[in-house]
Design a protein around this ligand. Structure first.
Ligand code: SP5
Ligand code: ZN
Length: 336
């Protein structure tokens, strides 16, 4: 399968994250991408589609914040990475606040997604990698793999979180929709619910969003991804959430994929954007499913059997040493 990756995605290198009340090494490290790159051969570089497809998903004020946050942090006399410490949970409205700490809280929902010096560049080229793979599928390739990193599915129109800054899958799906490739569905098979993608599309009836993930009763991001979230207003019925318990094994996982497939097909989908996370792996250090390396080819084959042109967008997966092998197995499930 044709793969895409851009060296500039490696410039995003946060040092640490706040986890269980202490600082730990950043799980979404650049070596993840190096490991996957080595396993998929030699990916082609990204083309530059510019800001317009990013601006079609993200708010202008959020993008200005994200571009300037690290410089503002340094200008405030701080060291290392920018990270918030206060969040406007109770009354969230569009205030134009100036202080970097206020802005960090306004445009994020967690404390594990720092903004480092190279974050904007890394996130920008990750989005361009998604668009480049998308373009290959629009151009006639049956499938293409975007080695996106940083990932995207936790980022909303105006917020970052969950190691995500720009929502690569949402940007790609909107681009496919605008190009007339639709009806477009997004299927999210990362271990975690794709809250950002859901937030972006849940009130729209023109892009379907389906997610299979760890039950948010027990797992991050907690506040989204429950089975009763099925879409809002014009989007009623076009969001599908299938939460699964910790310990889920391949048979139950494939059954959930079949349920998602049935609804994606019934909606009339003609084009698929796949948010693929390898953090469903039994050995993942931050996740709790029981999918084994050998299982990934079956998951890939089951998705390939949906018979749709598919742009595959990399999301999570933190067992760095096993990551490339798991991704390669997954991709091997798709016919050449
Ligand atoms: C894209 C994606 O998979 N994001 C996952 C975000 C999960 N964040 C919450 C869990 C944080 C765990 N931190 C582990 C630190 C180890 N050094
Ligand atoms: Zn994840």
């Amino acid at each position: 399968m044709i793969s895409f990756f851009d060296e500039r995605q490696l410039s995003h290198t946060p040092l640490r994250e706040l986890h269980n009340g202490t600082w730990t090494p950043y799980a979404e490290c650049a070596d993840r991408a190096r490991n996957i790159r080595a396993a998929v051969g030699t990916p082609a570089p990204a083309r530059d589609f510019g800001m317009a497809p990013i601006e079609a998903i993200h708010d202008a004020d959020y993008l200005a914040f994200l571009k300037g946050a690290h410089a503002a942090w340094r200008a405030a006399g701080r060291e290392d990475d920018a990270i918030g410490y206060t969040w406007p949970v109770v009354r969230r409205r569009k205030l134009s606040l100036d202080r970097i700490d206020a802005r960090l809280g306004q445009y994020s929902f967690d404390a594990s997604t720092p903004i480092a010096e190279g974050t904007w560049d890394g996130a920008y080229w990750s989005a361009q990698t998604a668009l480049t793979a998308l373009d290959a599928v629009l151009g006639g390739a049956r499938t293409a793999f975007a080695l996106c990193r940083p990932p995207g599915h936790h980022a909303g129109a105006d917020y970052l979180g969950g190691y995500c800054y720009l929502n690569n899958a949402a940007i790609a799906a909107q681009h496919a929709h605008a190009a007339g490739a639709g009806p477009v569905a997004i299927l999210d098979v990362d271990y975690h619910h794709g809250n950002g993608t859901q937030d972006i599309f849940e009130a729209r009836g023109d892009i379907f969003f389906a997610s299979i993930h760890a039950d948010p009763v027990t797992d991050y991001p907690f506040y989204w991804g429950h089975a009763d979230e099925t879409g809002i207003g014009d989007g009623a019925g076009t969001t599908l959430n299938i939460p699964l318990p910790r310990g889920t094994r391949i048979d139950a996982y494939l059954a959930a994929l079949d349920s998602a497939h049935a609804q994606i097909s019934a909606w009339g989908t003609r084009f698929l954007v796949l948010s693929f996370g390898a953090d469903t792996f039994s050995g993942d250090p931050i996740s709790h499913f029981a999918i084994e390396t050998e299982d990934f080819s079956a998951i890939g084959a089951r998705i390939a059997a949906m018979g749709l042109p598919t742009a595959i967008i990399m999301e999570g997966g933190y067992a760095v040493g096993d990551l490339g092998g798991n991704v390669a197995r997954f991709l091997s499930g798709f016919p050449d």
